[in-house]
Write a protein that binds this ligand. Structure first.
Ligand code: ADP
Ligand code: MG
Length: 240
């Protein structure tokens, strides 16, 4: 579903990604971890062209990510993204945050969009918050709204960039539980996270990035039990 071949990217003279290759099959869950500044956000932002790569290939659902605007739109329509900062529209209530995308992009009727939105609010377990504004919600609730909003666009792939890093500890679990349910439903997911419990239980493949390279990749058993790269051991010692 997602194929990266020797992807490299520079910010000016600084090379942020070095020949990164990655394969994600339909329904696969990939967790990417690694030190701050190692290029994790840049990598997943390249997958929906929030950032542009300069070398190598990114192919999503058989479509190559190039400058072709039509292709970029086709790819983006299939990908939902959830950020560390929830990025909800503060002037819209929860329901309107969820319906605006389907109405504008998919030309859904308001009533249908609201029905869809309520389904996903049920899924993330906050249907009773539909009429509230984002700032009236806790961080964990806001992040679940952000996940529901992405799901309303009915993507085939979900990208998460440290979705729990901005949350108070007691709210991390509710967001992880939502992500686990999403994984159980068969969603193809790439998650940048340092929640290693989540990685152990959910991931098919865990990847460590360091200095713009993927330095380790394996099943949770391999990654945690028998890492090949000393940097992985060092990283795990620091965070576990
Ligand atoms: P991570 O998500 O692993 O913390 P990032 O992908 O955010 O890493 O950043 C990787 C490196 O690229 C860092 O050194 C960061 O300072 C640099 N960087 C990120 N975004 C930009 C940008 N827009 N312009 C220049 N440098 C950037
Ligand atoms: Mg980041």
């Amino acid at each position: 579903m997602i194929k990266l071949r020797d992807v490299s990217k520079w910010y000016g003279h600084f090379q942020v990604l070095h020949d990164v290759s990655l394969d994600v099959r339909k329904g696969e869950r990939v967790v990417i971890c690694g030190p701050s500044g190692s290029g994790k956000s840049t990598l997943i932002r390249c997958i929906n062209r929030l950032e542009e790569h300069q070398k190598g290939e990114i192919i999503v659902n058989g479509i190559e990510m190039t400058d072709n605007v039509k292709n970029i739109e086709k790819i983006r329509r299939n990908i939902g993204m959830v950020f560390q900062s929830f990025n909800l529209f503060p002037h819209l209530n929860v329901l309107d945050n969820l319906t605006i995308g389907p109405m504008l992009v998919r030309h859904m009727k308001k009533k249908d969009a609201e029905e869809l939105a309520m389904q996903f609010l049920e899924k993330v377990r906050i249907p009773e918050q539909a009429q509230k504004y984002p700032l009236q919600l806790s961080g964990g609730q806001q992040q679940r709204v952000a996940i529901a909003r992405s799901l309303c666009m009915q993507p085939e792939i979900m990208l998460f960039d440290e979705p729990t890093s901005a949350l108070d500890p007691e709210m991390i679990k509710e967001v992880l539980d939502t992500m686990i349910e999403l994984a159980d439903s068969g969603m193809t997911m790439i998650c940048v996270t340092h929640e290693m419990g989540f990685a152990r239980t959910v991931a098919d493949n865990v990847i460590l990035m360091a200095d713009g390279k993927t330095v380790e990749s394996g099943t949770p058993e391999e990654f945690f039990g028998n890492p090949k790269n000393p940097r992985t051991r060092l990283f795990l010692e620091q965070i576990l």
